[in-house]
Design a protein around this ligand. Sequence first.
Ligand code: NAD
Length: 368
Amino acid sequence: MQIFSSMDQHDHEEVVFVSHPESRLKGIIAIHNTVLGPALGGTRMWPYESEDAALNDVLRLSRGMTYKAAAAGLNLGGGKAVIIGNPKTDKNEKLFRAFGRFIQGLGGRYITAEDVGTSVRDMEWVRMETDFVTGIDEALGGSGDPSPVTATGTFHGMKATAKKLWGNESLSGKKVAVQGLGHVGYYLVKHLHEDGAEVIGTDIDENSVKRVVDEFKVKAVGPDEIYEVDADIFSPCALGAVVNDETLPKFKFKIIAGPANNQLADEEKHGEALREKGILYAPDYVINAGGLINVANELEGYHRERSLNQAKGIYDILLDVFDIAEKENIPTHKASNRLAEKRIGDIRATKRIHTQRTIIARDRAGQR
Ligand code: NAD
């Protein structure tokens, strides 16, 4: 792979390759953009087939974090790290502590957290060597499970879609099809039940289904049936790529609003197809930003109430996204990118004004 041309393609600022043969650590840290603040994004551990595959992934994921943080109104940039290895067999204290030391060496330009293949325990090892880690266990003063905050953000985001489409944000009497009743799905269903919505739910795990049927009178359907149920809103809370060539023709939904990552199998194609079908799509990285808001709050001394309130702000952000989509006649997934790019451009433009605070902020970051 041509590394510099890959970086130039999407304006990555910095890519750091780290190696520590004694612990078999091979990692890549990608810092995409730090206009708004330090680059935050989790560390993924995965047995990548090749170094190119690992680099591609870290470049793609770090860029996604820039957009997510910018759209969420956070003063954070986008970054991500990958460790090439098998999370089931290759983990040990030495590896994560070595990795932590490399992160510390970046002086706060990159802040890590857990991600696919890494756990809270791994981050505790990382934390022994660096101040620049978030998403720590509640028992250690961290923010703990982000799912309730993600669910709150998703719920208020869903209300924004209702407001846009029906002129009324109440979900009372609306039928919502929820796919995946795990961490976020459960709390989301709780909110929907309290708001008077009728929930149709599915999961491949029977216990998860039983819990919401018992607690919130959810109507259960099979995993393959969820795409064609007669509901107003579809909320993907399990897997990515659920809006695809096979599922789309089955949809009777008017809205898609859920926390799952990468819902559109092909962004361009399926984002446009949803618009043509008149289905209002709440871009996934905007509506599910509660998780990021939660860990961002941890950096300033964690308060769950503050995180929850900030996550409720996803309501207004989505209304802005829908306005851009309407005015510019573009699909909503593109409108959210424009919103993020505009914020970064606006803030970049203010940076030419010198203030003393720039220095103070840098000192503070150094103390963390
Ligand atoms: P989870 O693993 O707790 O829940 C996912 C649920 O989906 C599980 O109960 C699983 O059994 C079910 N599932 C898997 N395949 C399914 C299928 N084919 N049909 C129906 N159900 C199926 O995960 P989570 O933390 O609740 O996250 C849900 C989604 O939201 C994921 O895509 C995640 O990346 C995304 N997300 C989560 C957070 C968070 O704070 N947890 C933040 C942002 C994004």
